[in-house]
Write a protein that binds this ligand. Structure first.
Ligand code: AHG
Ligand code: MN
Ligand code: MN
Length: 333
């Protein structure tokens, strides 16, 4: 007997819309269109080795990094889907320097900020990569959205999530009512609920940090990581190190198994590497909804930070509550 499949993501989104009589269906429509984009990217990621779109495109993105061909593809796919869906008024992408406007005739009441492909240095080597998204309700009036509509705190997100293209493809998202995880059944082309109401274990098994940069670390990072390496009362290590180099993949493992991910500022990078709007903030909402925490390296809640720039970087400590609480003691200024 084949195993009976759970509910589809579209059905679940619709159910949550019905719990809110004031909802107009626009967020439902937006999420459904985003999921279509994710399925298109997924099929391209799966075929990348055969289709010859691995490798680098030779261009440098606005962060000064090499753009890979799949980054371009993912970026275009999301932009095309979103700009004509009728629910979005303005967008921001890791791969675009400025805001991405939407034609007046299509402008809706939401904004989307996204990292089209996160972990792109792993594309060539078949290691998990992902797409991260963050959705806000616009604040401005009129048709065209404004940059201020994008520069809202993480706390004001109405939805956030990621798609991980891994050993299976999963969608993990929140609309502020807990975190739901869906797995793509490629034979049906649908995401089915596989991880309802995800809760991050309060105690971490893993810590994730790029130890190669330890020479550049400030004293607080060094002291915290040394603490994590201390032996417990039985004389054993309390944690294992896991670092993939794809934030989505490192975060996803830590979310399911319990872990803390740290990308601090160091003597080389003034503000760390990760971007507030489309990396840190959406994952911070997910982790908080799952019972974990996310702070910067001054102990401030990521969700309370006021963005001032689209591509603002932020030091990030995110994961299981106990280990982020501990980090807070080391990092709080
Ligand atoms: P992106 O591929 O979207 O530019 O993001 C890469 C990020 C993130 O996914 C990962 O956690 C981090 O870069 C790894 O950086 P280091 O190689 O400096 O550790
Ligand atoms: Mn990224
Ligand atoms: Mn990226």
């Amino acid at each position: 007997m084949p195993k009976r499949k759970g509910i589809t993501v579209s059905r679940q989104i619709m159910d949550s819309q019905h719990r809110h009589p004031e909802a107009t269906g626009e967020l439902t429509g937006l999420l459904n269109d985003l999921i279509v984009a994710a399925k298109i990217i997924n099929s391209e990621v799966n075929m990348a080795g055969l289709a010859g779109i691995l490798g680098q495109s030779g261009q440098i993105n606005v962060q000064g990094e090499q753009v890979q061909k799949l980054d371009d593809f993912a970026n275009l796919t999301i932009k095309r889907r979103m700009e004509q869906c009728g629910y979005v008024c303005i967008m921001a992408s890791e791969e675009d320097d400025g805001v991405i406007p939407v034609l007046d005739s299509y402008a809706g009441k939401y904004t989307v900020a996204f990292d089209p492909l996160d972990g792109s240095s792993n594309i060539d080597v078949n290691v998990s990569i992902g797409t991260i998204f963050s959705i806000h309700r616009r604040k401005s009036e009129g048709t065209q959205g404004q940059i201020a509509d994008l520069l809202q705190t993480g706390r004001e997100q109405v939805a956030a999530g990621y798609i991980i293209y891994g050993s299976s493809t999963m969608l993990v998202y929140t609309v502020g009512e807990g975190v739901q995880g869906f797995t793509l059944d490629p034979s049906v082309g649908e995401f089915f609920l596989s991880h309802p109401d995800i809760k991050i274990p309060p105690k971490a098994k893993y810590y994730s940090i790029n130890e190669a940069y330890s020479r550049y670390w400030h004293d607080n990072t060094r002291a915290y990581v040394e603490h994590l390496k201390d032996l417990d009362e039985r004389g054993e290590c309390s944690y294992s190190l896991r670092y993939i180099g794809s934030l989505v993949a490192d975060f996803h493992r830590n979310l399911i198994k319990g872990g803390v991910f740290v990308y601090p500022r160091d003597r080389k990078s003034g503000k760390g590497k990760l971007r507030l709007l489309y990396e840190a903030a959406p994952l911070a909402l997910l982790v908080e909804q799952a019972g974990g925490r996310a702070i910067d390296d001054e102990g401030r809640n990521i969700l309370d930070l006021e963005p001032t720039e689209l591509h603002q970087r932020v030091p990030l400590i995110i994961g299981s509550k106990e280990e982020v609480d501990l980090a807070e003691q080391y990092f709080k200024s």
